[in-house]
Structure formats: structure tokens, C-alpha cells
Design a protein around this ligand. Structure first.
Ligand SMILES: Nc1nc2c(ncn2[C@@H]2O[C@H](COP(=O)(O)OP(=O)(O)OP(=O)(O)O)[C@@H](O)[C@H]2O)c(=O)[nH]1
Ligand SMILES: [Mg+2]
Length: 156
């Protein structure tokens, strides 16, 4: 099951193109749990689409380019807007952060990303940050395992 998930991630790194609007991905992590992921484009002109999916969503995955220090303030602004949205604000939605592009020399650590985004201020939702390298698939399994535990915990 582990390798099936990794294989599908890695197969997709072969042809990476910017997401236009959004795309839908489905994968199963066990016999009991399948994910339907709305992969929303991070480009400025598509960010207003995000909020239409908060209400139905059971979890949020927020991917940060750890090598882009200049745009970290933009990521923080977008995160704060997301956290204050009425469909998110008062819900215990688990949020998984990927401090991505860890393979790049000028990437900052996940601890530093966490500080710059003030994640310690998120007190009413379970959250977790993972360092990742999406090209090699590193860190992805750890993140998905955490999310799976969170979702299972809310079901039981
Ligand atoms: N070095 C490195 N490059 C990465 C990593 N993850 C993604 N990239 C590259 O970053 C670029 C953007 O990747 P995308 O997957 O299109 O990023 P995205 O956030 O989905 O972008 P949008 O769909 O436009 O919102 C591509 O050239 C990827 O190959 C990583 O962990 N390390
Ligand atoms: Mg994309």
C-alpha cells in the first residue's frame, strides 16, 4: 500500500505542469480510507477558488516553497485569510503543512518556515509540518500518515 501511493506520486513528477484552476486526485491509503484531493492552483489569479471547497473539506494540505523566502509573507497572508474564513475558522480541521523543496540549497528549515508562518498561533486545530522533497517523494508518506491518523481519530 505504501509503494502504491509513492508510485502514483512519483509517476506524476514526470510531467509537472502548473495547475490551471484545480484538478482532482483520488488515492486510497488503506481499505478503509480514501482521499479525494482538490489540488488547487497556488497562482494568484486562482486563489479565489480555494474558499469554495473549504465547507466540504475534511482536511487541508498547505504546500510551501521553502526556497522562496521573498514570497513567504504572501504564503503567510494567504494562510491567515484561510484560517479566518468562516468555513474554516471554527472547525477542528486538521492542517498538514509541507515545507517543500528541501532539496534546494537555499531552502530554509521546516522549523524556520513554521516560525515565519506563525504556526504556533494555531491553537484550535491539529496541525503538523513536514519537510518534503516532492520530486523524490521524501516526507510525503510521513505527512499522509499523520493526516490519516487525524481523520481516523475524528471518526472513532
Ligand atoms: N527542487 C524541487 N522542485 C520542486 C519540488 N516540488 C516541486 N518542484 C518544482 O516546482 C515547480 C512547480 O511545481 P508544481 O507542482 O507545478 O507546483 P504547484 O504549487 O502545484 O504550482 P501551481 O499548480 O501553479 O499552483 C515544478 O517545476 C516542480 O518540478 C521539490 O520538492 N524540489
Ligand atoms: Mg499544481
Amino acid at each position: 500500500m505504501r509503494s502504491e501511493l509513492m508510485d502514483s506520486f512519483l509517476a506524476q513528477t514526470q510531467d509537472i505542469v502548473p495547475t490551471i484552476g484545480f484538478s482532482i486526485e483520488k488515492f486510497k491509503t488503506s481499505r478503509y480510507l480514501s482521499f479525494t484531493v482538490f489540488d488547487m492552483s497556488g497562482q494568484g489569479r486562482y486563489r479565489n477558488l480555494w474558499e469554495h471547497y473549504y465547507k466540504e473539506g475534511q482536511a487541508i494540505i498547505f504546500v510551501i516553497d521553502s526556497s522562496d523566502k521573498l514570497r513567504m509573507v504572501v504564503a503567510k497572508e494567504e494562510l491567515d485569510t484561510l484560517l479566518n474564513h468562516p468555513d474554516v475558522k471554527h472547525r477542528r480541521l486538521p492542517i498538514l503543512f509541507f515545507a517543500n523543496k528541501m532539496d534546494l540549497r537555499d531552502a530554509i528549515s521546516s522549523v524556520k518556515v513554521s516560525q515565519l508562518l506563525s504556526l504556533e498561533n494555531i491553537k484550535d486545530k491539529p496541525w503538523h509540518i513536514c519537510a518534503s522533497d516532492a520530486l523524490k517523494g521524501e516526507g510525503l508518506q510521513e505527512g499522509v500518515d499523520w493526516l490519516q491518523d487525524q481523520i481516523q481519530a475524528t471518526k472513532t
